[in-house]
Write a protein of this length. Structure first.
Length: 197
């Protein structure tokens, strides 16, 4: 159950320490459909097999923060023109693929919803006007926020998720965590995550 004690606004030490950062990757797939509709907090999910990309199959369930590199533009449109060239249709120049945003994610069973399958649900701290299923997402997990809890109400679940978002934002503002946003792997989409599909 969720503890009643106040939560700190920053998670983790001043610099990432082992086992962080962890790498996950996979295509964005349709989840349970609760993030946007029930909770007002949309998620971009990847298959649980995405944990195997960085050898993280045994990572503990819980809430984490880090960076998400996604093969989409600012508005959520897929990068490239569908031919694998990474350009924009009708233009000769090749545009840089993808973007990197801060994220908070849940790995686990979602006890409130009594899931029977473990899931990887990522909330990207950026507003997208539409879904982008199938886009590749590379995740750099920088730290752990909390274990997953069961909740007595949907309102208390939403309250904790909103707090998780704030903790992720503040934790990533620290210089050593901010620097991880520049890791080139976050933008390497070709051939990454094939094991996860």
């Amino acid at each position: 159950m969720r503890p009643d004690t106040p939560r700190p606004l920053i998670a983790g030490p001043s610099t990432p320490s082992p086992p962080f950062p962890l790498r996950l990757s996979g295509p964005i797939v349709k989840g349970f459909g609760r993030g946007s509709s029930e909770l007002g907090i949309p998620t971009a999910n990847i298959p649980i097999a995405g944990l195997s990309v960085g050898g993280n199959e045994d990572v503990d369930s819980g809430v984490y923060y880090g960076w998400a590199g996604v093969d989409v533009e600012q508005d959520g449109k897929r990068c490239g023109n569908g031919d694998g060239e990474g350009g924009i249709e009708g233009q000769g120049e090749v545009k840089a693929k993808g973007n990197v945003w801060p994220m908070v994610m849940s790995i686990g069973w979602n006890p409130y919803y009594k899931n029977t399958k473990r899931s990887v649900e990522v909330h990207i701290l950026h507003h997208f006007p539409h879904d982008f299923y199938g886009a590749q997402m590379n995740l750099l997990i920088c730290g752990f926020i909390r274990p997953e809890y069961d909740y007595v109400s949907k309102e208390s679940l939403i309250e904790d998720i909103r707090m998780d978002i704030e903790v992720a934002r503040k934790s990533l503002e620290r210089e050593s965590y901010r620097a991880l946003r520049e890791e080139t792997w976050l933008m390497e989409f070709e051939g990454v995550g094939e094991e996860a599909s």
